[in-house]
Unconditional design. Structure first.
Lengths: 359, 245
């Protein structure tokens, strides 16, 4: 473990990646995450076995990720919303070729060029695959500086374990904010499990092929079902959430990442005013932690979903709750960040309705 | 009896799927002969394209990673940067390298990536059925230029190799053909040199090979060979385009 250090989110992510054995970074500048490639370039300059390339485009950078991942290296790229759209081609190929990689999206306002303010409007893109074809990407949603460090380690481990791309979904605020963090000890890169599929030159073994083309439909179908089975195992193994003050709650707010921190502030405020509110914070967005939410929903008066978007995760909440309790949505898209007071106001108005209904 | 000709060791013993008269089979063989002669079969990683040669990994008995359409130079960059002592090559058609992959190729060349590109130019999109390519000749009839390529409307053929020669990081670029025996010999020498330039850590190397496509040109294999020699090579002259190795 490291000493406790005060660092901004992007730097935490970079340091955690290096301590997780990441030895290759490929990227293209875009605000608000430039401090991450800058951190990687400075750190890797002092590490002779590590590779930093500033690519000519997001397309090139994700395809360099494919190349580096083929060789068995732990590799990462990062960007923000418009840049992650451009990377989707390569992410689909990574999924099809069953190659591990870590992709960071520090989301900003969209659609289009949008703006550079923090937002959560890429939830659909992140959790539904994002590119073409039947595939999913593991999506981890940190909310705190310490969680950025821990989830970055987890992201590299999961990517290798399941041979699949993993996305860390943050936002512009999380990337900029400085928080205290303690890093786990660095992994010994040479002690990581060997990758018996990697391309290293066919020395003393048959040649290997890493591909995504299966012209024969039954073979392509076989790949798809293999991916589905893998995704079922992942769903079983890794779904995770924080359940906060929900034991006696009548209203639960569901939020992730930065929005969840705002929501937590709102929960504290309304509890002091007598509203029994709690927070359900998904830490994995795909797979979505449905089970616990479904279980608690039958005892709830109301679920409020709060996102820094026009309403995306709310669909997964409704799919989980299946009508067991009313689900409403409050969101601020376009890079607007709500205050805890604002969300407390929404919870209070719902709380008043709940009281009215029970009376 | 002395055996004087056999299949290269790094070429798998399977029938080619390529059309009769297509240049890919010959070029595959030449690349494999060079791999054998340089003794790099177990130290070599290839990157096939999207296009007719997408199935190149069925023939090359070396480690291979398929690239998304046009992105071979970026994939090769990722591989080579991680494993600088391996010999890394891309194998791409003209649509792949000179249209959708132009940016990746130019920047890989400009960075001086120590990779070698085998660029097979047949002036059409072959696998998709003979559409107009960036390299299609003025007046050439394709399925998407039914009245012939009109330079005013469709632009002129793109000379990617000449563009790459301007990049500071490119070291050796030669255009050859496999339309005749002399050209085949010259192509092999060029491929060998391109690999050697990479192995000497000098920079980016590329061999552009004019290659017949009888199926999509709607010509006999013999007429296709003549078309390469008499028409295509007027626009794309057979020559060393850059050699600062």
């Amino acid at each position: 473990m490291s000493a406790k250090t005060l660092m901004r989110g992007t730097h935490v992510l970079g340091e955690a990646a290096i301590r997780s054995g990441c030895r290759a970074y490929f990227g293209y500048p875009i605000t608000p995450q430039n401090e991450l490639p800058e951190y990687m370039s400075s750190a890797f300059a002092k590490m002779p076995d590590a590779v930093f390339v500033q690519a000519e485009s997001e397309l090139a950078s994700i395809n360099m990720v494919i190349g580096a991942s083929c060789t068995g290296a732990r590799v990462m790229t990062s960007s923000s919303s418009p840049g992650v759209s451009l990377k989707q081609e390569g992410i689909s190929y990574l999924a099809a070729m069953e190659l591990p990689a870590v992709i960071v999206n520090m989301m900003r306002g969209g659609p289009g060029l949008g703006n550079i303010a923090p937002a959560q409007s890429d939830y659909f893109q992140a959790t539904r695959g994002g590119g073409h074809g039947d595939y999913r990407v593991i999506v981890l949603a940190p909310a705190y500086g310490q969680e950025i460090a821990d989830m970055t380690r987890q992201a590299f481990d999961l990517a290798d374990k399941y041979r699949t791309p993993v996305m860390i979904l943050g936002d512009g605020m999380m990337g900029q904010m400085m928080e205290p963090v303690i890093f786990p000890d660095p992994v010994d890169v040479n002690a990581l499990p060997a990758k018996d599929w990697a391309l290293t030159g066919a020395k003393d073994r048959p040649s290997r092929i890493i591909r995504s083309l299966w012209l024969d439909p039954p073979k392509e179908e076989e790949l798809n079902w293999r991916l589905v089975r893998k995704y079922e195992v992942i769903t079983e193994d890794i779904t995770d959430q924080e359940i906060y003050l929900c034991d006696d709650a009548e209203i639960v707010i569901v939020a992730y990442g930065t929005a969840a921190r705002i929501a937590k502030g709102a929960v504290h405020r309304v509890r002091s005013q007598g509203v029994k509110a709690g927070l359900y914070r998904p830490k994995t967005l795909w797979p979505f932690p449905s089970h616990e939410l479904a279980a608690m929903s039958k005892d709830l008066h109301h679920i409020l979903v709060f996102e820094m978007s026009a309403g995306q995760m709310v669909e997964d909440v409704r799919l989980s709750v299946e009508g067991r309790c009313p689900v409403s949505f409050y969101g601020r898209p376009g890079g607007v960040v709500s205050t805890p007071e604002e969300i407390a106001g929404v919870l209070n108005s719902l709380g008043a309705n709940v009281v009215k209904k029970s009376a | 009896m002395k055996k004087i000709f056999s299949r290269p060791k790094s070429l798998k013993d399977v029938p080619f799927h390529y059309c009769p008269g297509c240049g890919h089979s010959v070029i595959h063989r030449l690349v494999c002969e060079v791999i054998d002669e340089l003794g790099i079969q177990d130290n070599c990683i290839g990157v096939p394209p999207a296009g007719c040669a997408v199935l190149a990994y069925n023939y090359f008995d070396v480690d291979m990673c398929e690239a998304p359409h046009g992105r071979a130079a970026a994939v090769a960059t990722g591989i080579k940067r991680m494993l600088p002592d391996r010999v890394v090559f891309t194998y791409q058609g003209d649509g792949d390298i000179a249209a959708i992959g132009t940016a990746e190729t130019i920047h890989a060349a400009n960075r001086g990536e120590r990779v070698t590109s085998i660029f097979v130019n047949n002036a059409v999109y072959g696998m998709t059925g003979g559409q107009m390519a960036p390299t299609t000749l003025p007046g050439q009839v394709t399925t998407t230029s039914p009245g012939g390529r009109s330079p005013l409307r469709d632009g002129n053929p793109l000379d990617l190799s000449a563009m790459l020669a301007l990049a500071a990081g490119s070291v050796y670029i030669e255009r050859t053909t496999v339309a005749n025996p002399k050209g085949v010999n010259r192509t092999k020498k060029a491929i060998r040199k391109a690999f050697q330039v990479q192995m000497e850590d000098k920079g980016f190397s590329l061999v552009e090979i004019l290659s017949p496509c009888p199926t999509n040109w709607k010509m006999t294999p013999t007429a296709s060979i003549h078309w390469v020699e008499e028409t295509m090579s007027k626009i794309f002259p057979i020559q060393v385009i850059k050699d600062v190795a």
